[in-house]
Design a protein around this ligand. Structure first.
Ligand code: BT5
Length: 245
């Protein structure tokens, strides 16, 4: 088991609306972190673009509030730092399951979504004053009817760890990858992420705001945009969207 990383605070709740919302409230009060906020369950857990995130008791709902002191464009790279940490955590509990990262920031276990990440920031001027990194993990249960198939550790016949234990296994790897990012930048993070990426080199479908497109998933660029080869001569950089394999 890893130990709690030095310098990181911890705030715990039995129940809360959303740990990301609590991070926002703490930041508004002047807290700059780094501090992990964890809740036994969320009543208004959120995903990207206003979607809902189900987080009943037994699963992990955690948010890290921190102040990277870098421009917003670079802070977006932390979603890949988070995905690496979350995939380490899941892998530590399920050594025989194929764990992959899915662009932009999910973790898949045997091809099913087991963890989702939501990065938020609030800025004054050009640079974010704080970054909010929310991570949900399906330890004990997962919702049945999601557009992208979901899974939990229990669904694979594994004994789920207590959320508190999972947080410990997340905070350590996050601190490790965060330190790599701070010392050496995005390049080693991108390499590590690509070595775990689902669907790399295969034909995928990408859903953007107003269209869908297909192509070969060739990698990600230095901003984290997905590189999709649509034709022999055209590689498109996709900054935001959903991908399907
Ligand atoms: C995400 O959004 O995957 C980001 C989820 C982040 C959740 C954490 S929990 C701690 C922190 N506090 C918060 O309030 N949020 C963060 P997205 O890619 O938009 O996926 C959302 C979609 O996944 C939904 O529309 C559902 O279809 C599906 N979904 C909902 N709950 C799920 C779950 N527990 N497991 C798998 N899929 C789920």
């Amino acid at each position: 088991m890893t130990s709690w990383p030095a310098g990181y605070g911890l705030v715990e709740f039995d129940e809360i609306d959303s740990t990301n919302e609590e991070a926002r409230r703490l930041a508004a009060k002047g807290e700059r972190g780094p501090v992990w906020i964890v809740a036994g369950r969320q009543t208004a857990g959120r995903g990207r673009r206003g979607r809902k995130w189900e987080s009943p008791a037994g699963n992990l709902a955690a948010t890290l509030l921190l102040n990277p002191g870098k421009p917003a464009s670079e802070c977006a790279q932390l979603s890949f730092v988070s995905a690496l940490a979350a995939s380490d955590t899941i892998a530590s509990f399920s050594p025989d399951i194929d764990i992959k990262v899915k662009w932009p920031n999910d973790v898949l276990a045997n091809g099913k979504k087991i963890s989702g990440i939501l990065l938020e920031s609030a800025s004054q001027g050009a640079d974010p004053q704080f970054l909010i990194v929310g991570i949900g993990m399906n330890l004990r249960s997962h919702p049945p009817d999601t557009e992208f198939p979901a899974a939990s550790l229990t669904a694979f016949g594994l004994e789920p760890p207590l959320p508190r234990h999972a947080l410990l296994e997340l905070a350590g790897p996050f601190a490790k990858w965060y330190d790599v990012w701070r010392a050496d930048g995005f390049s080693p993070i991108r390499d590590a992420w690509l070595s775990r990426a689902a669907g790399l080199g295969t034909r995928i479908r990408a859903r953007l705001t107003n269209e869908e497109t297909v192509g070969i998933f060739e990698g990600i660029d230095e901003t984290g945009a997905l590189l999709l080869r649509e034709t022999k001569d055209r590689v498109r950089a996709i900054a935001a969207g959903e991908v399907f394999f």
